[in-house]
Ligand binder design. Structure first.
Ligand SMILES: [Zn+2]
Ligand SMILES: [Zn+2]
Length: 255
């Protein structure tokens, strides 16, 4: 695990959270999932989101230990057996849809840092349950064109509070997009893999010998995560784990 340091460690995190709590008191927020006033992300929406198994303890045998897809027999899924992914494991907090879809939409189109913090809590809890040993937290980089038009990366809004809460290094420059890709929307798995192949490059100085936690908002086929993990491994990372807030379940993945 990364060392707790005074600049990014939990003390800073407590101040950071206190600041949001004060702002909420001054300007009461509305829920990003259901628009009810009072919370940025309300307990009702948390309850309504279908949670996905972490794959440990009681639900160890129901998902693939690597990609997290549901399996009928314990062990790696067929896809991971045929083509082992570059990452060690990926887990997601909830199924994409309903309130979590609304919340992610808001995260994408409104630079809501406090919402990123509220949603990031789920990933902090999940990481604690999983017990993955990671040194640095890295958001999946956004395509330059989309970043230019939006001005920020929504994955970073989730990744930063995780690093702060756990006293880990936050390293958005650890992996960069080196080639523009078209949007993954509407592409099947093979097309997605082709689209993102060699699109990323890891920064050896930042990742060599490190255990990395990649963070993204939504996982669909996992092609982007895998391409990023590949680039990080090529740059000398020892382990690459990944967390996403949501996962699209009934999707091209099964086609
Ligand atoms: Zn709500
Ligand atoms: Zn798998």
């Amino acid at each position: 695990m990364g060392n707790v340091n005074l600049v990014s460690g939990p003390a800073t995190y407590r101040i950071y959270r206190w600041l949001w709590a004060s702002l909420d008191w001054l300007f009461p927020p509305r829920c990003a999932g259901c628009d009810t006033p009072g919370n940025r992300w309300c307990p009702d929406c948390v309850r309504k989101t279908t949670r996905l198994p972490a794959g440990i303890g009681a639900d160890e045998e129901i998902i693939c230990p690597s990609c997290g897809a549901p399996v009928k027999l314990p062990g790696f899924c067929v896809r991971c057996q045929e083509t082992p992914p570059a990452y060690q494991a990926v887990r997601s907090w909830g199924e994409f849809g309903g309130p979590v879809r609304n919340a992610i939409h808001q995260l994408k189109y409104k630079r809501d840092i406090a919402l990123g913090d509220a949603l990031g809590q789920h990933l902090i809890d999940l990481l604690r349950v999983l017990g993955w040993e990671v040194d640095i937290v890295v958001p999946i980089p956004l395509a330059a064109a989309r970043r230019a038009e939006r001005g920020y990366n929504q994955a970073a809004l989730l990744a930063r509070p995780i690093a702060l809460a756990l006293g880990l290094d936050y390293s958005p420059g650890a992996v960069l997009r080196v080639r523009e890709t078209q949007t993954q929307v509407g592409l099947n798995l093979i097309e997605r893999q082709k689209n993102v192949k060699d699109a990323f490059r890891g920064n050896t100085k930042l990742v060599r010998g490190k255990s990395i936690l990649l963070v993204d908002d939504v996982m669909t086929t996992g092609a982007t995560l895998n391409a990023c993990a590949n680039a990080l491994q090529a740059a000398g990372a020892v382990h690459v784990f990944a967390l996403t807030l949501a996962r699209a379940i009934a999707d091209p993945e099964r086609r």
